[in-house]
Design a protein around this ligand. Structure first.
Ligand SMILES: [Zn+2]
Length: 90
């Protein structure tokens, strides 16, 4: 009976050790999966930016970013960008 408890205890310890090992292996892999060209952290990509035309908030990663008059503006669509350009001729 004692042997059974000992074996299950050992198996539990072994399981935790293996799990930690897998975690240690996985962590650098996940970092490597991110493309090196975009050094921006994810939260910056998820940042919500207001469209100056229709005032809809768009996540930066899907927003249409245009540089107009030396400033960067984020639009939800090409239509909004075009409207903004018409209203703000440089
Ligand atoms: Zn818009």
């Amino acid at each position: 009976m004692y042997r059974l408890i000992l074996v299950s205890l050992l198996l539990t310890i072994l399981y935790y050790l293996l799990r930690q090992m897998f975690r240690a292996f996985k962590t650098p892999l996940q970092d490597g999966q991110q493309s090196p060209s975009t050094q921006r952290p994810d939260d910056e990509q998820d940042q919500m930016i207001e469209d100056p035309v229709c005032h809809i908030f768009v996540p930066r990663r899907i927003a249409l970013i245009e540089s107009i008059g030396g400033r960067e503006y984020c639009f939800c669509s090409k239509e909004c960008a075009g409207r903004f350009r018409n209203e703000h001729p440089i």
